[in-house]
Design a protein around this ligand. Structure first.
Ligand SMILES: Nc1nc2c(ncn2[C@@H]2O[C@H](COP(=O)(O)OP(=O)(O)O)[C@@H](O)[C@H]2O)c(=O)[nH]1
Ligand SMILES: [Mg+2]
Length: 251
């Protein structure tokens, strides 16, 4: 049972405690995001049910990214180093967080993990959250974008059943699309409508990490968002280095 996020909370007394916990987490996450911005690292938080294909998608992604783009991964699971080991086999630095009983990552955990990476050697950082469609939605981990995977084996009604996590997704990935012929009750059009209903219109890509189908759309989205994020950072830096027009006028 979750000890930290209050998902078992039943009494009103626990609500202020939970709000305080989330506010403190938000403060730590904001500081972490500042640190990532100073290092020009773009961070993507991957969330889904266990087994939806987060790690496999990452493994397929590395080879599809442009050469020279430096990637690192923070992995979250209750136990084992398995996923970090899978990532490292591709020559990509990975730090494993094991949460024990925790059903989500929080900003303290990711900050501690990121402290073990050389941020000057990273352009794109993936945080693979603990497999869970509920609790990770509430906890900022210092990311710039949220991505939610929904595998075709899970059923196309999950966005309606677990709206909170889908509502905040910058991108939704329908994964394991090579299995569609075997799971013909998953209707991608119906799944898209279910996502649109809770989130509004936004990007959705359909990917098979196994066959590589749809991987280009996923990589395009990543690179577009990374470029947009860097342009926004450069815009802020340029604005803050421009002379103050009021001061110049009065000089
Ligand atoms: N057929 C098929 N299997 C997949 C695909 N992606 C992941 N899997 C399998 O689904 C299982 C769970 O994948 P994994 O990446 O570990 O899921 P995670 O728990 O979300 O990280 C593994 O056996 C994967 O090989 C896919 O695109 N197609
Ligand atoms: Mg995994």
């Amino acid at each position: 049972m979750c000890q930290t996020c209050g998902c078992d909370a039943e009494t009103t007394r626990t609500i202020p405690v939970l709000e305080g916990l989330l506010a403190e987490n938000d403060r730590i996450a904001a500081r972490l995001r500042d640190r990532l911005d100073r290092a020009r690292v773009f961070a993507v938080n991957l969330m889904s049910s266990p087994g939806s294909g987060k790690t496999r998608l990452l493994e397929a992604t590395f080879a599809a990214l442009p050469p020279g783009l430096r990637v690192a991964v923070v992995e979250g699971d209750l136990e084992t180093e398995n996923d970090a080991d899978r990532i490292r086999r591709h020559g990509v630095p990975a730090v494993q967080i094991t949460t024990g009983v925790g059903c989500h990552l929080d900003a303290t955990m990711t900050a501690d993990a990121i402290a073990r990476l050389d941020l000057d050697e990273v352009d794109l950082l993936f945080v693979e959250n603990v497999g869970n469609l509920v609790c990770p939605a509430d906890f900022d981990v210092g990311q710039h974008r949220d991505v939610v995977l929904l595998s075709v084996t899970e059923g196309d009604d999950k966005p309606a059943k677990y709206p909170v996590i889908f509502r905040n997704a910058d991108l939704v990935v329908f994964s394991k699309t090579d299995l569609l012929p075997h799971f013909d009750d998953f209707d991608p059009a119906r799944a898209r409508r279910a996502v649109d209903r809770v989130r509004g219109r936004g990007p959705i890509v359909e990917v098979s990490a196994k066959t590589g189908e749809g991987l280009d759309a996923w990589v395009d989205w990543l690179l577009t968002e990374l470029r947009a994020h860097r342009a926004a950072l450069d815009g802020v830096a340029a604005a803050s280095s421009e002379p103050d027009p009021m001061r110049a006028a009065s000089a």
